[in-house]
Design a protein around this ligand. Structure first.
Ligand SMILES: Nc1ncnc2c1ncn2[C@@H]1O[C@H](COP(=O)(O)OP(=O)(O)O)[C@@H](O)[C@H]1O
Ligand SMILES: [Mg+2]
Length: 370
């Protein structure tokens, strides 16, 4: 398994001259509010996907009074082998993978899949469909990298179609249909293929997830129902034809994979209406573990050593000791590298976790092994 063997962070929020050697298994970071724990996870997340989970902007990430931040992640104890990221307030980005400059995030995202569990993760259950679709698409990308092209094709067709719909709604219907036709074809072709892939991923995910749920939330029976975003008894192209008046009136495409979703039931009710906060968190942990398992199994098939890195911000919030232990036990079995934060110093030991574990104290933007 490939792991991060060094983490260096400079001028990222309040973090300054951070240089740590993490364990290949568990890394616990504890410290007072505002000490910089979430910022550390945020820095790792930024390297993985190019953006924070707290803001879309760069400015708030760069330490006040400085022009840019840098993050370097060493891989597998090889001196030069690593991922380097620097972003400046002025908008300049430099990304390196194994000393090779990158002009996009594809290879880095592939090399460093991260799974984040934080207070926002509840949105998977509570919020709109977007975070759920995003999860499926994350898994789809890591299971089959070429699916990124398909997703891009579909998004482009959707964007073009929507902007056309906005300009055409006042003109003649016939003209509108003619102008839309090439994009309708592209939308239907890529959308149909995307839906098939998403459906496959959703089925596979459900399989693995049920296993985790049996262990982490055994008192409920869960059901995941995948919704494609249109009535699939008709083709996507005929769906577009039959909803054209509605699409023209609203200036947007009302049906298709961009409206896809997964509905999650606990027993007979929608999960978010039944589960307590702690149970919801256990559900989210199960889901992320299942995604992690799916992706690490897939990478093992590829013959690569890549494996997801788990970021757990404030593990103890909402979870009692027993549930925290259950989650850690599953992470240990999955054999992934974890960065876990909490306010208080955790009591978990290597002996108890049956894996290597390191403790770090975070204080005023500095991190020291405890
Ligand atoms: N751009 C910045 N420059 C300097 N400090 C910042 C910047 N952005 C946020 N901070 C400060 O960094 C500190 C760390 O925040 P955070 O990582 O969320 O703390 P924790 O998760 O440990 O509670 C906070 O005190 C915050 O005010
Ligand atoms: Mg925090």
């Amino acid at each position: 398994m490939s792991v991060l063997s060094r983490v260096k962070v400079d001028r990222f929020r309040n973090l300054e001259a951070v240089d740590i050697t993490p364990s290949p298994s568990f890394n616990f970071f504890y410290g007072a509010n505002g000490s910089g724990k979430t910022s550390l996870l945020e820095a790792l997340h930024c390297v993985s996907v190019g953006r924070s989970f707290r803001t879309q902007k760069i400015r708030p990430l760069v330490s006040e009074g400085f022009p840019s931040f840098t993050v370097f992640l060493g891989i597998d104890n090889q001196m030069a082998a690593g991922i380097g990221l620097s972003k400046s307030r002025a908008g300049k980005t430099e990304l390196n993978l194994l000393s090779v400059p990158q002009d996009n995030w594809k290879d880095v995202a592939e090399r460093l899949p991260v799974q984040l569990i934080n207070s926002e993760s509840f949105l998977i259950l509570d919020g709109g469909a977007k975070p759920r679709r995003r999860l499926l698409d994350w898994a789809m990308f890591h299971v089959e990298h070429s699916s990124l092209n398909l997703l891009r094709r579909f998004n482009r067709a959707l964007k073009q179609r929507n902007s056309l719909l906005k300009t055409l709604h006042t003109g003649s219907r016939k003209k509108a249909l003619e102008a839309l036709l090439p994009w309708d074809r592209e939308f239907s072709e890529s959308g149909t293929a995307l839906n098939i892939k998403r459906q496959e991923i959703a089925t596979k995910l459900d399989d693995i997830l049920q296993d985790y749920l049996n262990r982490l939330l055994p008192y409920f029976s869960f059901e995941l129902i995948y919704k494609p975003g249109w009535d699939v008894s008709t083709s996507l192209l005929s769906q577009l034809e039959s909803s054209i008046d509605r699409d023209l009136a609203s200036g947007t495409t009302n049906f298709g994979p961009h409206r896809g979703d997964i509905v999650i039931y606990a027993g007979k009710s929608i999960a978010k209406e039944t589960l307590s906060r702690g149970q919801s968190k256990m559900f989210v942990c199960s889901l992320k573990l299942a995604l992690g398992k799916m992706v690490s199994d897939r990478y093992a098939d590829y013959g690569t050593q890549y494996s997801p890195v788990f970021l757990l911000d404030d593990l103890p919030s909402e979870l009692d000791n027993r549930n925290q232990e259950l989650v850690l036990h599953e992470l240990a079995n999955l054999n992934v590298q974890c960065f876990i934060t909490s306010v208080d110093k955790p009591k978990f030991t290597k002996e108890k976790l049956k894996r290597d574990a390191r403790m770090f104290h975070v204080e005023h933007g500095k991190i020291a092994e405890a």
